[in-house]
Write a protein that binds this ligand. Structure first.
Ligand code: ATP
Ligand code: MG
Length: 791
């Protein structure tokens, strides 16, 4: 201990204190939920600033959501009593966007690049899959985008993937083609998807050591929260940022007037930044998105000289809640056992509730919320968690009826509404004129008589002439379309060009701010007026949403007087699920278990603790699936400070069916003494104070589920196997190579049976047979790889 005393160390335990004060190249803080990891990280930043060991601009702190970033910034400000401008506290994605916009030219991008969300990616993939007829091989926008995303998270691209793939497998050949086309379409549109934001930044640093050196020089302290959920690309980014700057490069920087002298060490180079990461492997819940806990387990090997600090005291929950959490997570293998304890006393028992139906469960939750509220607990201190969004319907219905104020966090995603995406597409088309996706979205929105055939004609015209879609619109007079359609296209192109002129600094009128621009586009396109004048009550809501967007642009202008259109669009793109959380609003929060990570509430209602939901049926059969679902359950339990409710329903309405549900296997893992079980009074043979019958039944070997006593044990129904495209690989590996087909030939297809070739288009490996199958209808097949033979 340095003897350094400061109010910011007040109340910290010995390990926490050490974690704030330790100085060295690498620090790994591993600890269970609620042990103060995030708090320690925040105080560590404050300490670095308070002691003047670092300027704000030398700190880069990474959080999991923008909301968490804002909170951390606020806390640092409170601790220091002053703001710390210039400090980067943000998510991986936001930091990378900042870097890429600054260095765009070197990354082969224009700084106004668009950011595609997963819906945008899927629209793009849908077009590619259609053009390649890849659906005949089982590809969908969903499975293709999942696979591409997974690869990008491992920093693979289409070429590197192709080098290792089995290219005699038609499925692989097709996938590589989809991946290539997806990459080139995004390039052409000057667009990056979410995964690219990280990957492109890593590529940039690797390709341009001088650029990397500037950021290595700048960020001297890098701190990462929730490190257990980082993927390989994010890990690589952290590595790139923490590397030292070679003496020669430092020399060169100094010669070029970059101030580095005070950073250079005895060798003349700049030592790597100090890295602090905090995490809890037991809370890793994003493996399905490529998160890799090896980033934690191999940290000490990756960063030699690492200091490891364990925090063991939990400050969040009562001992009962903590004991339940410890018991549950103790059932996972391959983990380091942590001894978490609380000084907060046992607290109340956990309340378990077996409901008759989803509605009954919702009623119980609602009633209990009222009981707690009457007893003095604020609504904003309560939260209801669920595994799937579908569960909100019953909850909302009852909460509305009971007049309990609530909000669904990350549920109705404002920026994902169609009308909002339409309005934003107008702005994107102005900011990034090469964004074909945005242009095609607004081409006939609002309706202006431009049909799909015209849209395709414009796209082909652009491709054939190697011009952008936007230029094709300007040149549309030469397409030989009808005068009305041509007029409509030209009018839209002119509107967009005029809007762009309003942003052009060279133009005397080029001073429009975002809200003026949006208003101009809405007026010019008639989008808002049409919705306002519509008789459809839905359109009224849509108009209100667009008005809300206009109001947001006005706020943005006010709060960010120096920022422009691209900044606004960036901010919109990076809003994550947890970001629309507003806990000052006096409402109960409803959210998925994934969204709940990192948060805490006085009372938590964890609903739907049933087989099929938790573990979710999709993961129950996947390797590592049940363990990851158990971690999710652990995350949910450990959000609660004082009161925890676990509920399940015997029957649940799903997709119009009534399903009989089984209690989750994880409930058995909680010591009986910790839970007080209640049952719905509406249930037959209601017995208060016991566990749900299935649990008792399994213990004594009799009965099962909610079946009558004495019936044979009924284990949860095995989940249906997933029909993944990977399982549908035709058994033969196929390369039809130079199979010559002509109109009139008859062929046989593995899945579609016999049919007649109507036409063959395309050339070489891209030849496509247009086939009328006898029973399966008309299909287009890529001859090279389609599972067909001539008969
Ligand atoms: P999670 O794993 O859920 O992200 P965490 O380890 O990041 O949790 P924090 O959120 O930092 O934990 O802390 C949990 C709670 O404990 C917070 O309310 C925090 O203010 C409180 N806390 C942390 N350390 C102390 C302490 N030394 N004294 C009192 N309260 C503390
Ligand atoms: Mg935390």
């Amino acid at each position: 201990d340095s003897g350094y005393e400061s109010p910011l160390l007040e109340g910290l335990n010995r390990q926490q204190r050490e974690a704030v004060l330790y100085r060295g190249p690498a620090l790994l803080i591993i600890a269970g939920a609620g042990s103060g990891k995030t708090s320690v990280l925040t105080r560590r930043i404050a300490s670095l600033l308070e002691t003047r060991e670092a300027w704000p601009s030398q700190i880069l702190a990474i959080t999991f959501t923008n909301k968490a970033a804002a909170e951390m910034r606020e806390r640092v400000k409170v601790i220091l009593g002053q703001g710390a401008d210039g400090m980067w506290i943000s998510t991986f994605h936001s930091s990378c966007v900042r870097i890429l916009r600054r260095e765009a030219e070197n990354a082969g991008l224009s700084p106004t690049f668009s950011i595609y969300d997963s819906a945008d990616s899927k629209v793009t993939l849908k077009r590619i899959i259609k053009a390649l007829d890849a659906d005949t091989l089982g590809f969908t926008p969903g499975n293709a985008s999942a696979k591409i995303s997974k690869l990008k998270n491992e920093l693979a691209d289409a070429d590197s993937y192709a080098r290792n793939a089995n290219m005699s497998d038609p499925q692989e050949v097709m996938f590589v083609e989809i991946f290539r086309q997806y990459t080139s379409r995004l390039r052409a549109a000057n667009a990056l998807d979410f995964d690219d934001l990280i990957g492109e930044t890593v590529y940039l640093f690797r390709a341009f050591p001088k650029i990397a050196a500037l950021y290595r020089r700048r960020f001297r302290h890098i701190l990462v929260d929730e490190y257990q959920d980082t993927n390989h690309a994010q890990y690589s980014l952290v590595r790139e940022l923490t590397r030292p700057v070679e003496p020669a490069l430092a020399e060169e920087m100094e010669a070029q007037g970059v101030h580095v002298r005070n950073l250079r060490d005895a060798t003349g180079g700049i030592p790597g930044a100090s890295l602090t990461v905090v995490g809890d492997s037991d809370q890793s819940i994003y493996a399905f998105r490529g998160a890799d806990t090896r980033n934690i387990s191999e940290f000490e090997r990756d960063f030699p000289g690492t200091k490891v600090i364990l925090l063991e005291q939990n400050y969040r929950s009562t001992q009962n809640i903590l004991s339940a959490a410890n018991a549950v997570i103790g059932h996972n293998f391959d983990r380091k056992d942590k001894r978490l304890w609380s000084a907060g006393g046992d607290g109340e028992k956990i309340v378990g509730y077996t409901a008759y139906s989803g509605h009954d469960e919702a009623q119980f939750v609602s009633d209990e919320i009222e009981v707690l509220h009457q007893a003095g607990m604020a609504y904003r201190d309560m939260a209801v968690f669920y595994r799937t969004n579908a569960q909100t319907r019953a909850l909302e219905e009852i909460l509305v009826r009971s007049a309990v104020p609530y909000r669904v966090v990350g549920g109705t995603k404002f920026y994902e509404r169609a009308e909002i995406k339409d309005a934003l597409a107008y702005l994107i088309a102005v900011a990034n004129p090469t964004d074909e996706l945005a242009l095609r979205r607004i081409l006939n929105t609002p309706k202006r008589g431009i049909g799909p055939a015209t849209e395709t004609a414009l796209a082909s015209f652009a491709e054939a002439n190697q011009i952008s879609f936007r230029q094709a619109m300007r040149d549309s007079s030469s397409l030989g379309l009808g005068p009305k359609v041509t007029g409509a296209i030209l009018k839209l192109a002119t509107l967009l060009d005029e809007a762009a002129g309003k942003l052009d600094p060279e133009n005397p009128a080029g001073t429009a701010n975002v809200s003026e621009l949006l208003t101009f586009l809405l007026d010019g396109s008639g989008l808002l007026t049409l919705l306002r004048n519509s008789r459809d009550p839905q359109d009224e809501a849509r108009a209100e949403n667009i008005e809300e967007l206009v109001a947001q642009t006005k706020d943005f202008n006010k709060e960010n007087p120096d920022s422009g259109l691209v900044d606004f669009l960036t901010q919109v793109s990076l809003v994550a699920a947890a970001d629309d959380l507003d806990d000052a609003s006096g409402t109960v929060s409803l959210m998925t278990l994934h969204t709940a990570k990192g948060l805490e509430y006085e009372a938590v209602f964890l609903t739907g603790v049933e087989e099929g939901l938790l573990p979710h049926q999709m993961s129950a059969n996947e390797p590592g699936g049940p363990a990851e679902e158990r971690r999710l359950f652990y995350v949910g339990i450990t959000r609660a400070r004082q009161r925890l409710y676990l509920s399940l329903a015997m029957t649940r309405a799903q997709f119009g069916d009534i399903n009989v549900a089984m209690p989750s296997r994880y409930l058995q893992e909680i010591p009986v003494a910790l839970i007080d079980w209640k049952q719905s009074p509406g249930m037959a043979n209601s017995r208060g104070g016991t566990q749900p019958r299935a649990l008792n039944a399994r213990r004594d070997g009799f009965g099962g589920g909610f079946a009558k006593r004495g019936e044979p044990q009924a284990l949860p129904p095995a989940p249906k196997p997933k029909t993944e495209w990977a399982n549908r690989v035709p058994s033969q590996v196929r390369d039809n190579g130079d199979l010559t087909l002509a109109a009139g030939d008859r062929i046989r297809h593995v899945d579609f049976g016999e049919g007649r070739v109507n036409q063959v288009t395309g050339e070489g490996t891209k030849r496509i047979a247009h086939v009328q199958f006898d029973t399966a209808g008309a299909k287009k097949l890529l001859i090279k790889i389609a599972p067909i033979e001539k008969i």
